[in-house]
Design a protein around this ligand. Structure first.
Ligand SMILES: [Ca+2]
Ligand SMILES: [Ca+2]
Ligand SMILES: [Ca+2]
Ligand SMILES: [Ca+2]
Length: 377
């Protein structure tokens, strides 16, 4: 029996190695031409062919990543890549001086799940957007594994959303809404939220200074008491409170419940979901779908992140490229992992986090969450 097992393991190992590194004769070249047909690049850079853009390709089956820079004709060439299904992401920063103020635009595009099994040329469209000033810096939705002898099954009450001021100015959290979205609503103008909760305050009560974090907990308690390798969220700044038997930590501010389709708390899916920050004058102004989802205009979204356990399932993305052109996650539920924005650069000692509006390149996976602080680089 042991011998048989050994042989099976050995075989699968061999097969795995063999597929990851096919011989060079099997490899192929890919040319990506980056183009901006919105008129933005033509006006500000002199051509609709986009030079100096970072082009990233990742193989869906083998998780390999490659990146290169587009040339003066907008062409990015990849030599001798493995034949596979690929996701392609493009990003370029363009600084525009408008009324004596520098605005850092991002040209951003994504092509999902393209079959590249022969030499191939494709055209990728990019769209201009402004990167977020107020960002979701970390999302811990994963939950904790069961830990004997505590006998608690998969634990998800320790979820939290970390928000960061990525700008040079004070930002007030007052009336900012945090919402998670339903899948399958390809609406040009609206997003469809399952849960929506608003920060309290009347305009200037909750300042967030440049480089500062806040933590919004599902429940602001020390979760390590129940599950030792979970997180201590007793120092969280805000918590979701939906009423009923939900925890209400008296010294931690509650979010204002705007919409709550279901659940004993505001639970993000441990498998796949999308979370956004947005701000509107009247959260009830846009109505509801027939499935009891609350609508918000897409134009009100400040930042968003789309995640999924299986990164190959890009067809199930909940956010479009105007908010998040990519997908983060890629791990099993209940592993204690979190997704965190990468550090783009430092400005006067303050970390500026990456926001290409593409979580495939902006986020990385941490083995343990970091509520209210930056991971060590
Ligand atoms: Ca709660
Ligand atoms: Ca409370
Ligand atoms: Ca963003
Ligand atoms: Ca963190």
């Amino acid at each position: 029996m042991y011998i048989l097992l050994f042989i099976i393991c050995g075989l699968s190992l061999f097969r795995c190695e063999e597929t990851v590194s096919p011989p060079n004769s099997m490899r192929l070249d890919l040319k990506v031409t980056v183009i901006d047909t919105t008129g933005f690049s033509e006006e500000h850079c002199g051509s609709d062919l986009v030079d100096s853009a970072s082009v990233y390709i990742n193989s869906i089956s083998y998780y390999t990543n490659n990146d290169t820079i587009s040339d003066s004709l907008g062409n990015a060439t990849f030599i001798q890549i493995i034949p596979d299904r690929y996701n392609v992401s493009i990003s370029k920063r363009v600084t525009i001086n408008l009324n004596e103020k520098n605005l850092d635009y991002i040209l951003n595009g994504q092509i999902q799940d393209v079959n590249i099994f022969d030499d191939y040329a494709l055209t990728a469209h990019v769209y201009p957007s402004l990167p977020g000033q107020l960002l979701i810096s970390e999302l811990y939705y994963n939950g904790s594994p069961p830990q004997p002898p505590y006998n608690i099954p998969q634990y998800f009450h320790d979820q939290f959303t970390e928000i960061y001021n990525n700008s040079d100015d004070v930002i007030y959290l007052d009336s900012v809404i945090v919402a998670d979205l339903d899948f399958g609503h390809a609406d040009e103008d609206f997003i469809y939220a399952v849960h929506a909760n608003m920060f309290p305050g009347s305009g200037h009560d909750y300042p967030l200074y440049p480089g500062e974090f806040i933590v919004l907990a599902q429940d602001a308690i020390d979760h390590t008491v129940a599950v030792p390798n979970s997180v201590n969220l007793s120092g969280a700044d805000f918590e979701y409170f939906v009423g009923g038997g939900d925890v209400d930590q008296p010294n931690v501010e509650n979010m204002i419940k705007i919409h709550h389709k279901y659940g004993i708390d505001v639970l993000y899916s441990v498998f796949n979901d999308a979370v956004v920050l947005l701000k509107v004058k009247d959260p009830y102004a846009y109505g509801y779908s027939q499935f009891d989802l609350i609508l918000f205009p897409k134009s009100a979204v400040i930042d968003g992140v789309d995640y999924r356990d299986n990164l190959a399932e890009v067809e199930y993305k909940r956010l479009d490229a105007s908010i998040d052109a990519g997908l983060t996650g890629g791990f099993e539920a209940y592993k204690n992992k979190s997704v965190h924005r990468k550090i783009d650069f430092y400005k006067n000692g303050r970390a500026v986090l990456m926001d290409n509006n593409n979580s495939s390149i902006d986020f990385q996976v941490l083995d343990h969450p970091t509520p209210g602080y930056l991971f060590d680089e």
